[in-house]
Design a protein around this ligand. Structure first.
Ligand SMILES: [Mg+2]
Length: 190
């Protein structure tokens, strides 16, 4: 089984523009391409797990999300990186589109997206990491049995940290990389 990095999309892998689905407005967080290239070379699967309640809210279709995924693959390919998976939750309990307006098991903080990815891609959750900018990401990762990193680059994360108690807090992909390598070295020497 392969370990994975489960990456939140907005304000983690890319700067957030709320409900944006225009590929032209999507850019990678600085350092993400370089770090993910090295981490993928070390054997980590790279999987995006993202809440996309804009579908349930009627802001855009599921088909529009395909364009976002394609843009991310394109941006990352410039670094020799490919995403192994892209799992999203289109639901929201208060959604306006009936087909998606419900409680579900996949909207973070639920662990459904991570568990589905692990089943689909045969991933080792105990050696994997959930990385995201809010408490819902950390809770989802912990419920799935992963290590957790709160990515605090884009906003004052004090409240998110207080309510989720992540294993680590970082502000850059470089810091994130160091933490993961240190943990792997510790694991191998145990
Ligand atoms: Mg986010």
């Amino acid at each position: 089984m392969q370990p994975a990095l489960f990456l939140d999309k907005d304000n983690t892998l890319i700067p957030d523009i709320p409900y944006n689905i225009d590929p032209a407005l999507i850019a990678l967080t600085p350092g993400a391409g370089e770090s993910l290239q090295r981490l993928q070379a070390q054997g980590f699967a790279l999987v995006v797990v993202t809440n996309q309640s804009g579908v349930a809210r009627g802001y855009f279709s599921e088909a529009a999300i395909d364009g976002v995924y394609a843009r991310l693959q394109d941006l990352l390919s410039k670094y020799g990186v490919h995403l192994d998976g892209f799992f999203y939750c289109p639901h929201h309990p208060d959604g306006k589109v009936a087909a998606y307006a419900r409680q579900c098991a996949c909207r973070k903080p639920q662990p459904g997206l991570i568990l589905k990815a692990a089943r689909t891609l045969n991933l080792d959750l105990a050696r994997s990491w959930m990385i995201g900018d809010i408490a819902a990401d950390i809770h989802a990762g912990r419920r799935a049995g992963c290590n957790t990193i709160l990515f605090a680059r884009y906003a004052d994360a004090a409240k998110e940290i207080a309510v989720s108690d992540p294993d680590y807090v970082v502000e850059t992909f470089g810091e994130l990389e160091e933490i993961i390598y240190e943990n792997e070295i510790r694991r191998l020497s145990d």
